[in-house]
Design a protein around this ligand. Structure first.
Ligand SMILES: CC(C)(COP(=O)(O)OP(=O)(O)OC[C@H]1O[C@@H](n2cnc3c(N)ncnc32)[C@H](O)[C@@H]1OP(=O)(O)O)[C@@H](O)C(=O)NCCC(=O)NCCS
Length: 235
């Protein structure tokens, strides 16, 4: 089992009961070698309220030596989207989140040509970077053919399949399908709902998730601000 690293969280209060939850993205910060923060939740009653909120986050991010701030939000949150654009955030991509409920299984699935194991050794701990609570690997023809990482979120009580991959030579042979089918009972012992997210353009992944029982929950856009540039552009 791998350790789940809790994100450090702290709120910033704006005017008019507006507030925001800003956290460090440890995985991305360490992967890219720069300090990256994420606005995990934001609430304001108007576009002006959101603007003040995001400006205060950027100022705080600069004081705390963050170089980038990320925010993912639903596209229908127009006031928030306008405020992000107005405070120097740029849209990076569109992501779709799928969800499904899980229930404990009587027996774990088995297949004659594919063995799915929960990896526990240090190599996988390094790959998953202490981020995953479990890491399932599918072995086909005596070789690792694909993997799935499982994350549990304390703040929502939901599980998340964070990474899914099948080596190109094994694709189209239901490797990912079956590793997910093996991961779902693991989740069922720990949570009721599992989500998985991918870029809206990743049709293979979206088809895969629907095939294993997930349905579309929401469509969001990811915004990114370069802290120094965004603050320089502030009126
Ligand atoms: C997406 C990915 C994990 C699928 O792995 P896989 O082992 O080939 O998937 P499966 O064989 O289990 O396919 C299951 C379903 O996914 C869909 N699918 C898989 N590959 C597809 C493709 N290239 N185009 C369209 N649909 C595809 C199909 O609906 C398929 O069901 P079907 O066989 O009944 O038609 C694999 O293509 C991959 O590793 N891609 C790169 C990494 C990635 O994008 N990961 C997901 C986002 S983090």
């Amino acid at each position: 089992m791998m350790r789940v690293v809790p994100l450090q969280s702290s709120g910033v209060r704006g005017h008019d009961n507006a507030n925001v939850d800003f956290v460090r993205e440890s995985f991305d910060s360490e992967a890219f070698g720069i300090e990256i923060g994420r606005i995990r939740a934001a609430y304001a009653t108007s576009a002006a309220g959101y603007r003040l909120l995001f400006k205060s986050v950027l100022q705080r991010a600069r004081a705390e030596h963050f170089q980038q701030v990320l925010r993912r939000t639903r596209l229908e949150n127009l006031e928030e989207v306008w405020a992000l654009e107005a405070t120097g955030f740029e849209m990076m991509d569109v992501v779709v989140t799928f969800a499904r409920s899980v229930a404990p299984a009587a027996a774990l699935p088995v297949w004659p040509d594919l063995r799915v194991e929960e990896a526990t050794d240090e190599t996988f701990e390094v790959i998953a970077h202490e981020r995953a609570a479990a890491f399932f690997v599918g072995i086909m023809e005596d070789r690792p053919a694909g993997y799935v990482t499982c994350v549990l979120h304390d703040h929502t009580g939901e599980g998340e399949i964070e990474l899914v991959g099948t080596l190109p030579e094994f694709r189209g042979r239901r490797v990912a399908t079956r590793i997910i089918e093996r991961a779902l009972p693991w989740f069922a012992e720990r949570c009721r709902v599992v989500t998985v997210r991918t870029q809206a353009t990743n049709i293979a992944a979206a088809n895969l998730y629907e095939r294993v029982g997930f349905t579309l929950r929401c469509t969001e856009a990811t915004f990114r601000a370069n802290v120094a540039t965004a603050l320089r552009a502030q009126p």
